[in-house]
Design a protein around this ligand. Structure first.
Ligand code: SF4
Length: 433
C-alpha cells in the first residue's frame, strides 16, 4: 500500500509552491497525499522564519505533529529549520539548501527500496533546485517560481541567510511548466520568487532579464494574464516598464515592496532605494498602465523609528495612493543586523502605529473600490459563494462579486459591469456585449 503524506505549510507563496513541488516529487515516488493527519505515514511541515511569530508557530506545529500523528515520520523543512536545526521532535530535518536530501532520507527512514531516481546529486544552495513541472495553483491562478534566494541583506531580513544567494530557474523549465499548465486550461500565471528582479543576476544580468522572460511567457498559447509577485522598486527601471507596457497580458497590478516611507528608516533598513526612486517608479507605472493598482508591504516600529519618521511613512503611503498596504509590526529576527540595533520601539507604540497605518490602508482600499463603480472590468472567476454569487479578481486585483444571470464556472473570464461596492470589494453583473 502506498505511503500517505500530510502537508502543513506556513508562510509565503514561495513556501506553498515548494510544498506542492515536494508533493509532486513524492507522488512520483508512489506516495499519496492525504487530507487527514491522523492516518498519515509521513507528516511534512514546511516552516517559515519571516518573523519571530512565524518561528514560534513553526516550532509549535512540529511539536503538535508528533502528538497528532505519533506513528508518522515527521519531516520539518524550510526557512525556520534552515536557521535553527533544533528538531523539536521531528524525525527528519532539512532546511532550504538540503531539500534534495529529503527523499533519500525519507526512504531510508521508511525502509523503501530506492528506485532508479536519486536526486541528491543536486548541488542545492548554489543551483536552483529544479522540481520539474509542479502545477501549483492558488484558486484558478497558476503560480510559477522562477528564482530563489536574495543577495540584498536588508538589515531586518533573515532570507539571505535562510535561503542563500540568488539562483535562477532555467528559462526552459519555466516556459515548459507554463506551457504545461496553459495546456491544462490555466489562464492566469503568477510569477513568483524570493527576489523576482534578481532573475538571472548570477549570470550578470540586470532586471531586463525579467522583462525578456515575461515576453517569452506572453508568447505561449493560452496565457491570458501574467501577474507579478513582489518587486523591489529599484529594479523597476524605465526600460523594464517600457517592456512590461508592451506585453498585453501583464496585469496592471504591481506589488512594490516599500517597507517604510521615511528615507532615514529606509537607510537603516539597508533598502536600495529612497522615496524619490519609489515616487518615480509609481509615476512611470501610472503613465504606462493608467488604471494601475499599487500594493505594498510596510513595517511599523523599526528600531529607532521616531514619531516624525512614522508620520513621514503614513504621509508617503497616502501620497502614493496604494490599493492595499500589508502592514507588519516590526519583529526582530536573531541573526540579522536589526536584532542588535538600539532604539527598540515599545510594544504599545508599535501596535498604535500599526493600527494607524492599517486604518490608512483601509481608507485607500475603500476609495479605490469606489473608483471602479460604473466601469466594465474583466474578471477571472474563482468560486461560487454560498449565496449563489461568484467571486473573482479583475486584472487590477480588486475582488469582484458577480451576480450570475447565466451559467458560470470557475476559471471562466467574463466582463462585468460594476454597480457598487461592498467593503473593499466591488459588485456587478456579467455584461452582455
Ligand atoms: S530584498 Fe531584503 S527583504 Fe527582500 S528577501 Fe532580500 S533581504 Fe529580504
Amino acid at each position: 500500500m502506498a505511503y500517505q503524506v500530510y502537508f502543513q505549510t506556513l508562510g509565503c507563496k514561495v513556501n506553498s509552491y515548494e510544498t506542492a513541488a515536494i508533493a509532486k516529487l513524492l507522488a512520483e515516488e508512489g506516495f499519496v497525499e492525504t487530507e487527514s493527519c491522523e492516518n498519515a505515514d509521513v507528516y511534512v511541515i514546511n516552516t517559515c522564519a519571516v518573523t519571530g511569530e512565524a518561528d514560534r508557530k513553526s516550532r509549535q506545529m512540529i511539536r503538535r505533529a508528533k502528538r497528532l500523528a505519533p506513528h508518522a515520520v515527521v519531516v520539518a523543512m524550510g526557512c525556520h529549520t534552515q536557521m535553527c536545526r533544533d528538531d523539536e521532535g521531528a524525525d527528519i530535518v532539512v532546511g532550504t539548501d538540503d531539500r534534495p536530501a529529503l527523499i533519500p532520507l525519507l526512504k531510508e527512514r521508511l525502509k523503501i527500496q530506492d528506485g532508479e531516481k536519486n536526486r541528491d546529486d543536486l548541488d542545492a544552495g548554489t543551483r536552483f533546485f529544479e522540481y520539474g513541472s509542479v502545477n501549483y495553483q492558488e484558486n484558478t491562478r497558476a503560480v510559477v517560481k522562477i528564482e530563489d534566494g536574495c543577495n540584498n541583506f536588508c538589515t531586518y531580513c533573515i532570507i539571505p541567510y535562510s535561503r542563500g544567494r540568488v539562483r535562477s530557474r532555467s528559462r526552459e523549465a519555466i516556459l515548459s511548466e507554463i506551457r504545461d499548465m496553459a495546456g491544462k486550461g490555466y489562464r492566469e500565471f503568477v510569477i513568483t520568487g524570493i527576489h523576482l528582479c534578481s532573475f538571472e543576476k548570477e549570470l550578470g544580468r540586470d532586471s531586463m532579464a525579467l522583462g525578456e522572460l515575461l515576453s517569452e511567457i506572453s508568447a505561449i498559447d493560452g496565457v491570458e494574464r501574467i501577474r507579478l509577485g513582489s518587486l523591489e522598486p529599484s529594479c523597476m527601471t524605465p526600460e523594464l516598464i517600457e517592456v512590461l507596457k508592451k506585453i498585453p497580458q501583464i496585469c496592471p497590478h504591481f506589488h512594490l515592496s516599500l517597507q517604510s516611507g521615511s528615507d532615514t528608516v529606509l537607510k537603516r533598513m539597508n533598502r536600495k532605494y529612497d522615496t524619490g526612486v519609489f515616487r518615480r517608479v509609481a509615476a512611470d507605472l501610472r503613465s504606462a498602465f493608467p488604471d494601475v493598482s499599487l500594493t505594498t508591504d510596510m513595517i511599523c516600529g523599526f528600531p529607532g523609528e521616531t514619531d516624525i519618521e512614522h508620520h513621514e511613512s503614513c504621509a508617503f503611503a497616502r501620497e502614493i495612493g496604494f490599493t492595499h498596504v500589508h502592514v507588519f509590526p516590526f519583529s526582530p529576527r536573531e541573526g540579522t543586523k536589526a536584532w542588535n540595533m538600539d532604539g527598540k520601539i515599545d510594544g504599545t507604540v508599535k501596535a498604535e502605529r500599526t493600527a494607524e497605518l492599517r486604518g490608512i490602508s483601509d481608507e485607500m482600499e475603500r476609495k479605490r473600490a469606489e473608483e471602479f463603480v460604473g466601469k466594465n472590468v474583466e474578471v477571472l472567476l474563482e468560486r461560487q459563494l454560498d449565496d449563489g454569487t461568484w467571486e473573482g479578481y479583475c486584472r487590477e486585483y480588486i475582488r469582484v462579486i458577480v451576480t450570475p444571470d447565466q451559467a458560470l464556472q470557475a476559471g471562466m473570464i467574463v466582463r462585468v459591469n460594476v454597480s457598487g461596492t461592498k467593503d473593499f470589494s466591488v459588485i456587478g453583473s456579467v455584461s452582455r456585449e
